[in-house]
Design a protein around this ligand. Sequence first.
Ligand SMILES: Nc1ncnc2c1ncn2[C@@H]1O[C@H](COP(=O)(O)OP(=O)(O)OP(=O)(O)O)[C@@H](O)[C@H]1O
Ligand SMILES: Nc1nc2c(ncn2[C@@H]2O[C@H](COP(=O)(O)O)[C@@H](O)[C@H]2O)c(=O)[nH]1
Length: 272
Amino acid sequence: MLSLARVVYFTTNGASVRTFDRCFFGVIAKCWPKSPVAENFERLIRYFVSPSKAFSQLSGMVKQGPRPLVICGPSGSGKSTLLKKLFKEFPETFGFSVSHTTRKPRPGEEDGVHYHFVSVEEMQAAIENGEFIETAVFSGNMYGTSKQAVENVQQQGKVCVLDIEIEGVKQVRNSDRLNPLLVFVNPPSIAELERRLRGRQTETEESLQKRLNTARVEIEYGSTPGNFDIVVHNSNLKQAYAALRDFIVRELETQQNQGINVSLTRVAMNED
Ligand SMILES: Nc1ncnc2c1ncn2[C@@H]1O[C@H](COP(=O)(O)OP(=O)(O)OP(=O)(O)O)[C@@H](O)[C@H]1O
Ligand SMILES: Nc1nc2c(ncn2[C@@H]2O[C@H](COP(=O)(O)O)[C@@H](O)[C@H]2O)c(=O)[nH]1
């Protein structure tokens, strides 16, 4: 039916088939915003324009994957530390969304693993090309989550984990694209945050001050009821991790009960 309609439209109108597809699926997506068509609009368009290239992506939309996990909190609050433990205990469950950034790599950070390290020009070109789900400027550098980064994880059937700051969280919350679980990691105090950031020895004095100034706004936003699904207080690391893990396991078990296929295989953890 659809093919016939496309041919009729093309021959009578002379307009491109792509335009027809956009209109056709666009109307469905508008009328039924929570439908698979709305959620996979761009993939559908790509499929009809270039079937072979998009086939593998389209097959991923048939079975619904687990909800992504967004983790947010001031720089130094302990997001990476908590995520490291989570990935270690559940090695098959999570995949990290590798962001783009214009900041310089820290010692030990690998391009394509911790971030895609790019120039400002490359970042701007990618933004103009519509490659990002969200972008932000933080402490004088640009950051962004590309559509590709999320798709790479979701195609493996894993929970896609986004470690992003609050402007990115606001963009994600205002879009119905990801529908993620939202976690805020709260430090015990600004003084403790400063102590941790200095202890990490990754920031210049200028960058450290910028991060501490931003932290006050972030803590206010993170502590506002309704902005996050859970606030994890990271004073004692062991307790903070237990709170994060229990929340996520509970959520993923609920999703499993709804028929979503996600592994929760655990590896025994040392008491560290
Ligand atoms: N509960 C805790 N108690 C003491 N130190 C902690 C605790 N949690 C994390 N740290 C330490 O604080 C420092 C900052 O933690 P981490 O790098 O995980 O923060 P982050 O939120 O990921 O920061 P950024 O956003 O800048 O990447 C690290 O040196 C880490 O070892
Ligand atoms: N909005 C986004 N924020 C991001 C992204 N990737 C990381 N971040 C956040 O930036 C700060 C600083 O990170 P750092 O590695 O320089 O210490 C931190 O709060 C991250 O959560 C992104 O893609 N989008």
